[in-house]
Write a protein that binds this ligand. Structure first.
Ligand SMILES: [Zn+2]
Ligand SMILES: [Zn+2]
Length: 255
């Protein structure tokens, strides 16, 4: 599997700041934040599967526009995977004909433009040799992370989450784990905000990483724009032993 980071910032602004999305090979998206807008129309048209972690705008912003842009270029529906709770929010609040058309009800050449597929925590979707499973997350809205398994190796993306004891036993069972992408949205100074908005700050991150029982390369995502150096400096101070690196836009993982 080849994963390319299209966006890994907590916000927008400037050349490098795009919100959460990753492209898996040429046909799968994990989240559909603003980074998706950098793809060409031809690249957008090749996306068959979109896995959504949760309904917050920074993770779905490009989804409605992408679906519309490629609708008449495709011969099969784009499948949008999320939990039942997240699908319900997206249907009620985005694809509701008021904000945007419900493309699951629009057909071109007798095929719906998009279709929804519910996924539960622990459930695995097989796409050829590639396996994608939802893993638990704890956020202000229903949320999951995703485990991508090529057979040879695994990458786990937490999505947006705060401290979550349920997540780590799942992660620790993954024998071929290579990469963990974990969020740290706020600095320690903003810990009350991290707790209230169910994100992580560096001191909470170190408490979480103490539950990791595997050797994995750790990458930090979702840093708040304007606080990037501060947050990474605090992480360096308290979690240095884990050698966490900041996830970079356009970074590529092959496993
Ligand atoms: Zn969120
Ligand atoms: Zn977010």
């Amino acid at each position: 599997m080849k994963v390319r980071i299209l966006g890994c910032s907590g916000g927008i602004g400037g050349h490098q700041l795009r919100t959460t999305s990753m492209l898996v090979d040429h046909d799968i998206l994990i989240d559909a934040g603003t980074g998706v807008a950098d793809l060409s129309l031809a690249e957008l048209a090749m996306i068959d599967h979109v896995f959504i972690t949760h309904s917050h705008l920074d993770h779905i912003a490009s989804l409605p526009l992408m679906i519309d842009s490629v609708a008449d270029m495709r011969i099969k529906p784009v499948t949008v995977y999320a939990t039942d709770a997240t699908l319900e929010i997206i249907q009620n609040h985005i694809f509701n004909w008021a904000i945007w058309p419900d493309f699951s009800e629009i057909s071109i050449r007798e095929e719906a433009v998009m279709q929804y597929q519910a996924i539960r925590v622990g459930q695995q979707i097989r796409l050829g040799e590639r396996r994608i499973s939802a893993v638990p997350a704890e956020h202000t809205v229903p949320a999951v992370g995703y485990h991508l398994d090529s057979g040879a190796g695994s990458l786990v993306f937490t999505g947006d989450t705060t401290s979550n004891d349920v997540f780590w036993p799942v992660l620790n069972k993954i024998a071929n784990l290579r990469y963990l992408i974990i969020e740290t949205a706020f600095s320690n100074r903003e810990k009350p905000l991290a707790i209230m908005s169910k994100h992580l700050c560096p001191s909470m991150l170190i408490d979480e990483l103490a539950k990791l029982e595997r050797d994995a390369k750790i990458y930090i995502t979702h840093l708040k724009p304007g606080h990037i150096e501060l947050i990474m400096g605090e992480i360096e101070e308290c979690a240095g032993d884990f050698k966490p690196r900041m996830l970079q836009n356009n970074q590529i993982f092959e496993f």
